[in-house]
Design a protein around this ligand. Structure first.
Ligand code: HEC
Ligand SMILES: [Cu+2]
Length: 341
């Protein structure tokens, strides 16, 4: 293969990079095309600072090139130009102009930052919901204090309503990031940071951990499922009174296997047995989740893979592997998990 000219090669690299970036995320997860009010406000701030920077660059370069051409050395002219040292007017100008620009930038930035960090009103209302997002190595827990729901990996929200998210962490510093809806928010242990999110359209928005937090940081994904208010209400009802009791004999066996091996970490609501482990994702309604561990499509093959060797899927996870379970126990365990709607 012939090697193109350097410029051609450089162009190729940029073209490939652009293609690569374009293929990265579905439109719903584009920072530059936010699908909610919070993201839009933040994008306006970014745009404002970019416009100011462009203005500064244009003016500075215009003056630069003008001076370059206007005052260049002419043929035959060997005289030394007038030497100037210190100019009060200039000094004032290049202090005052940046200060004005910074003030123009600062006013909306401070206003938006503080208004977005506001806590939810004390009084419950139909206009908003409250959610607590808790980062764990390497999964996300979501609590709905007003609905009394605890879930994981999938944050369900009603379209068009403001969702006040309180972000915190149970271990190290993580960051809560839903690129299609709003900017990053640090999840620090012992501290609550706030961000309101809202989605204009139903859909699934990708979520990420945006702060290096350990071996599987890059795999600490979650999803925001935005649905119509009526669908959201249905989901809430189902989560509030789930029926997690097994129907078939196989599922009954599976529940026993679960109680023996998994209950110390995991909770499943809606069974007579109180399965209330709180060190791992609450598995109530597990079969209706889109993903396993926020990563793998939720099907039997992947569930098998996860239960046998979670370490292979998420290095450093606290979930132990269960390849030692005998085949029958494993089959009934999976049957039970898949019956949880
Ligand atoms: C020592 C604690 C512990 C035990 C015991 C344990 N798990 Fe887990 N499990 C975890 C943790 C932690 C995660 C979160 C992993 C992640 O996504 O990073 C997890 C994740 C899962 C998930 C994915 C959850 C989701 O929301 O997608 C499933 C399914 C699961 N475990 C099933 C089981 C089953 C079945 C057992 C018993 C055979 C079991 N676990 C035993 C800690 C445990
Ligand atoms: Cu993290």
């Amino acid at each position: 293969m012939s090697r193109g000219k350097p410029i051609g090669r450089l162009f190729l690299v940029f073209a490939m990079f652009a293609l690569f970036m374009a293929g990265c995320e579905k439109p719903m997860s584009n920072v530059l095309d936010p699908q909610g009010k919070t993201g839009k406000e933040q994008l306006h701030l970014i745009n404002l600072s970019v416009y100011i920077m462009i203005l500064v660059c244009v003016v500075v370069f215009a003056i630069f090139f003008y001076v370059l051409l206007r005052f260049r050395r002419k043929p035959g002219d060997n005289s030394i130009p007038k030497q100037v040292e210190g100019s009060l007017t200039l000094e004032i100008l290049w202090i005052v102009i940046p200060v004005i620009l910074l003030v123009i930038l600062a006013i909306p930035t401070v206003a938006v930052t503080f208004s977005q960090a506001k806590a939810a009103p004390k009084q419950q209302s139909d206009d908003f919901i409250r959610v607590k997002a808790i980062g764990h190595q390497f999964w996300w827990e979501f609590q709905y204090p007003d609905h009394n729901i605890r879930t994981a990996q999938e944050l369900h929200i009603p379209v068009g309503k403001k969702v006040y998210v309180e972000v915190t962490s149970d271990d190290v510093v993580h960051a809560f990031w839903v690129p299609g809806l709003a900017g990053k928010v640090d999840a620090s242990p012992g501290r609550i940071n706030r961000v309101p999110i809202d989605a204009e359209k139903p859909g699934v928005y990708k979520g990420r951990c945006a702060e290096l937090c350990g071996a599987s940081h890059a795999l600490m994904n979650f999803q925001v499922v935005a649905e119509k208010s009526s669908d959201f209400d249905k989901w809430v009802k189902k989560r509030q009174s789930p029926n997690s009791d097994p129907q078939t004999a196989e599922q009954k066996d599976g529940k026993k296997v679960f109680a023996q091996n998994c209950m110390s970490c995991h909770a499943i609501d809606g069974t007579q047995l109180k399965m209330r482990g709180n060190k791992a994702p609450n598995l109530t309604g597990f079969s209706s989740r889109n993903k396993i561990a926020g990563l793998l499509d939720n099907n039997e093959k992947n569930l098998d893979r996860w239960l046998h060797n979670p370490e292979e899927v998420k290095p450093g996870t606290y979930m132990p592997g269960f390849s030692h379970l005998d085949k029958k126990d494993m089959t009934s365990l999976k049957a039970y998990l898949q019956s949880l709607e």
